[in-house]
Ligand binder design. Structure first.
Ligand code: PMP
Length: 395
């Protein structure tokens, strides 16, 4: 009789055969434009450290001094054992920064989605979800027990059609959910049109701004600010794990909605809070973003330069309008081969394949940061050109 876990071994080797096995490299340095990966110094093109804050001296100093005052861990669930003043301060500062009435923080962006969706819709309800929404939205939707109806990516016509179909069947309440910036393609949701549909129908609208936080809007205030839709999007999910340089998640919205999440958001009620250094780091990140738009401006200038040069070299960078720069390659084994060759030449940029993106849409996702200098970008471009030529992808 085969062992009861033989199927796992078989599945793992099948992943390896298909080029879908995810090998995780080990980083031996702080985050930044350059990293030590598996013992080798390489140019970093794959972290979400958009503004270079993960190792910024002011952020480190804030985290250290908060540790001196509050220690490291919150030691319990906030609703059971009280909340540190630091967490309350962060929520107030985030709300003000984003131009929202109130804000609640969670342990991560993933947790924010798992908390929020089930608190707002249930078994008798319907969720209209963009077909390319992030896994954490998909899981939050599943947890809610609501019927999930996917509409065509960024396609308002398709959204309207799915709504019309569901109305024929009938439901109690509904919510429309979309990523703000789509993490694998770098395109942006048509938020104005989504607001129009949500308002016409009287449905809640939720946007996940994980890749817009610190990137879009004035000085990184996010997608709602970018489209000037303050107080018109009911639920704004955010992550503090990318541009903010720490780890955490948040939800911004009106005061009643946030009060409800404090009563019914299960990861808030049953899991400990963000750690002290994370909270202090985020507070310092808001200080930096409120002081100046310099980092956000540099991020965009770097992204525009890199993307334009990649196009000139002949690479297909997809439909991105943000610093996320996919290099579309097609089949997963090719993307893995490309990533390995980049690494041998000194660039760390991972291949992304199924199930993170659809089969046949494998890519290298280049993440540009304000931490890159022009020299760094030029070095990266030179290596992309060399590897692209070696693999017969560009001339
Ligand atoms: N939402 C989106 C759209 C994301 O891209 C991510 C991170 N990949 C998350 C949520 C999860 O954020 P966190 O890493 O803070 O859990």
């Amino acid at each position: 009789m085969p062992s009861k876990s033989q199927w796992i071994t078989d599945e793992l080797s099948s992943l390896k055969q298909q080029g879908l096995y995810n090998t995780i490299r080990t980083i031996g340095s702080p985050q930044g434009a350059w990293l030590t990966v598996d013992g080798k110094k390489v140019l970093n093109f794959c972290s979400n450290n958009y503004l270079g804050l993960a190792n910024h001296p002011k952020i480190l100093a804030a985290a250290k001094s908060a540790i001196e005052k509050y220690g490291v861990g919150p030691a319990a669930v906030r609703s059971i054992a009280g909340t540190m003043s630091l967490h309350v301060e962060l929520e107030q500062r985030l709300a003000k920064f984003k131009g929202a009435e109130a804000c609640i923080t969670f342990q991560s962006g993933f947790m924010a989605n798992l908390a929020t969706v089930p608190a707002l819709v249930g078994k008798e309800d319907v969720i209209f979800s963009d077909e390319l929404n992030h896994a954490s939205i998909i899981d939050g939707c599943r947890l809610s027990g609501a019927k999930v109806v996917r509409y065509g990516h960024n396609n308002i016509q398709s959204l309207r059609e799915t709504i019309a179909n569901e109305k024929k069947i009938g439901f109690r309440r509904a919510m429309i959910i979309s990523d703000g910036v789509f993490s694998m393609d770098g395109d942006v949701a048509p938020l104005k049109e989504l607001v129009e549909v949500a308002d016409e129908e009287g449905y809640l609208l939720m946007v996940d701004d994980a890749h817009g936080e610190g990137v879009l809007g004035k000085g990184g205030r996010g997608i709602v600010d970018h489209f000037n839709l303050h107080h018109q999007v009911d639920v704004e999910i955010g992550t503090l794990s990318k541009a903010f340089g720490a780890v955490g998640g948040c939800v911004a919205g009106d005061a009643t909605l946030i009060e409800w999440l404090r009563q019914r958001g299960r990861p808030f009620l049953f899991s400990s809070a963000m750690t002290v250094p994370d909270v202090a780091a985020c507070l310092a990140a808001i200080d930096l973003l409120e002081e100046s738009t310099e980092l956000v401006d540099r991020l965009w200038a770097n992204a525009k330069y890199f993307k334009a040069e990649m196009k000139t070299l002949g690479f297909d960078t997809g439909v991105s309008t943000t610093p996320i720069t996919p290099v579309m390659l097609g089949e997963a084994p090719l993307a893995q081969q490309f990533s390995r060759a980049l690494f041998e030449n000194g660039v760390f940029a991972m291949a992304i394949g199924f199930p993170t993106v659809a089969k046949g849409k494998a890519r290298i996702r280049v993440m540009i940061s304000a931490a890159h200098s022009k020299d760094d970008l030029d070095k990266g471009l030179e290596i992309f050109k060399k590897v692209g030529k070696e693999l017969g992808l560009v001339k």
